[in-house]
Design a binder for this molecule. Structure first.
Ligand code: BGC
Ligand code: ZN
Length: 359
């Protein structure tokens, strides 16, 4: 079958032979769409050092953002041909307690694999076989928007963590939502925009920060969901400071200067990675963080439960913001074209997806 593979630091569309038997509890899935993200590009460029092919292979099939359709079911599987499915990315180490209870996003040994990223083939290929228990089923009506579920699952996890941890004080507002809280999100890529929607749904006042004016699509999306885009080269916002700061950029120079402006009992989510600079934290800033009880949390990956919750959000947003999910998918490319797109963002891109439905 055709697959997009990385071999010796180069991406290509190749014919590969993967012997995948449809065992008990397994499903054969036809890939419909794959999202392309910074992680894929980091793997291709070599900047993501932890990426590696599965044992015994000299190449890695890319693809961890997936929307597929059930093609064939093995014995003992409660799914039907045609069901829309999304596989979870991380596969547990089988040793630590978190992995044993399905929370491999909190794996303690580090011996997990991630499809299309480290140690396991991904889904940028015509079909793949997986255990049904690794798949999350989506309502058929979601259609291609389902390709946004994997990135969204990571956002859901991060937000749920903060909600859980913020149980340390009374952080909700009088109406039991977060309508008295300001959230500032650094970065307006797909993850930044998904954070803005998730936090808006929880009631937050949302500011999306970037060091430039918004593109047309970014303007449309933030306006449609009721968030405010702030060009930080022109204005400082929000004032006096957010209750929740989310960094999706990975650039310390973007979020460190804001740390001492976080409100009392506030929180910071660090989500972005692979920035390339240094930035000093001053003792005064440390004092502010301490004196204000500020919570700092790094967050990666997501559990199956987070994927399920993400599916609910997509269903809700499809109703609530009819144009927005469609606008998030700015480009569709063929598997052949995808190879070039993996080396750099397209103009005006929010999410580029690889379209396998014409093959
Ligand atoms: C994926 C996560 C993964 C992370 C680090 C992200 O792009 O969405 O599932 O854990 O990369 O490998
Ligand atoms: Zn991704």
């Amino acid at each position: 079958m055709k697959a997009i593979v990385v071999r010796a630091g180069k991406a290509s569309l190749e014919e590969v032979e993967l012997k995948e038997e449809l065992g008990r509890g397994m499903v054969r899935v036809r890939t419909l769409y794959n999202g392309i993200c910074g992680t894929d590009r980091g793997i291709v460029s070599g900047s993501l050092k932890f990426s590696r092919p599965p044992q015994g292979f000299d190449y890695l099939v890319l693809g961890h953002e997936t929307l597929g359709e059930v093609q064939e079911v093995g014995e003992g599987v409660n799914l039907r041909k045609g069901d829309l499915v999304v596989p979870v990315v991380r596969r547990g180490c089988g040793e630590c307690l978190n992995c044993l209870v399905g929370r491999q996003d909190f794996c303690e040994t580090g011996k997990f694999t991630e499809i299309g990223i480290r140690g396991a083939h991904g889904t940028m290929r015509e079909t793949f076989v997986d255990y049904a228990e690794n798949l999350v089923v989506l309502p058929r009506e979601l259609g291609e928007y389902g390709v946004l579920l994997e990135p969204l699952s990571n956002v859901v996890k991060a937000v749920r963590e903060v909600e859980y941890l913020q149980g340390r004080s009374l952080w909700r507002c009088r109406n039991s939502t977060y309508s008295c809280r300001d959230a500032a999100i650094i970065g307006s890529g797909p993850i930044g925009l998904l954070f803005s929607m998730a936090l808006k749904t929880m009631g937050f006042n949302v500011y999306v920060l970037n060091r430039r004016p918004p593109s047309e699509v970014e303007k449309d999306i933030t306006e449609a969901v009721g968030a405010r885009f702030v060009d930080t080269t022109k204005e400082v916002a929000p004032l006096p400071g957010p209750d929740l700061l989310v960094d999706t950029s990975g650039h310390p120079s973007a979020f460190v200067p804001l740390l001492d402006r976080i409100k009392k009992n506030g929180a910071v989510i660090l989500f972005g990675t692979t920035g390339k600079e240094r930035e000093e934290i001053t003792a005064e800033q440390v004092t502010e963080l301490v004196e204000n009880n500020v919570l700092l949390v790094g967050s990666v990956n997501a559990s199956k439960e987070d994927f399920r919750e993400g599916g609910n959000l997509l269903t809700l947003w499809k109703e609530e913001y009819p144009d927005v999910l469609g606008k998030m998918i700015t480009h569709k490319v063929s598997p052949g074209e995808a190879v070039n797109v993996l080396s750099g963002k397209l103009k005006g891109e929010i999410k580029t997806v690889v379209d396998w439905t014409n093959g």
